[in-house]
Design a protein around this ligand. Sequence first.
Ligand SMILES: [Mg+2]
Length: 282
Amino acid sequence: MGELSGLANRFDCFIFDLDGVVYRGSRPLPHAIETLKLLHAHGREVYFLTNNSGHTRQQYAEKLCRMGFTAEPEQFITSAWVTGLYLQEHLPNARVFVVGEPGLKQELEGFGFELAEEPDQCLPDAVVVGIDRQFSYQRLAQAQSAILRGARFIATNTDATYPAEDRLMPGAGAIVSAIATATGKSPVVLGKPNPAILTTFLSHHPVLMERTLLVGDRLDTDIALANLLHIPSALVLTGVAQKTDLENAPIEHLPNWVLNDLSGLLTDGVDSLLIHALPNRV
Ligand SMILES: [Mg+2]
């Protein structure tokens, strides 16, 4: 393991959230790409973990390549991909009505699932809901009808917001809530903080959990998941959570470290402030 300074030298494996951590929209965040490159150059394993179901793993790899960091699709753990794994296990051969974007549909088609385009005519086995920036009253009514007639209600994630370039935008959770309200049903939620999004992945990768750092910008998803799995975590202040959010956060949402941006991984001192450590952690 090559020598690095700061937190980066204490871990072999880094799992980064994407929105608000590596980039906002199409804009890389300050020092993000340089930090990823440095970690890779020093032999660290780098993975990405996103609740955003809008793109396939291949598309995420291409996006980071365009920003200057070369990554393989296998380095991305997405809520869309985990939804495919879940359906494969629990509803094999399902016909699926997707309230979501092309990336989610492509990911599920890649698992071999048939997509139901006209759910009113032929009842699908499941309604899968993710971020859908073309969401409409008609889609809401179709999802409602299918779920009330017995289709399983599955949410890729329930993030209330996600950080775009200059503002927060409504996340998949806002759409999931609309469907939950219209049906009176609660979905199975597969994204963070459900540990399933990471335990499936970790079971295939011989990574020492105590030498892995999870880096995210949301307390209620990224950091909550890390704490559930007893993985050390760092909150980066370039996305949703602000420093003041830490004051009222429950202990299970508190990270070990807070960084102003990803360069804080490489520096000792004020930029990597240790705020909280449980006895069984670093
Ligand atoms: Mg994020």
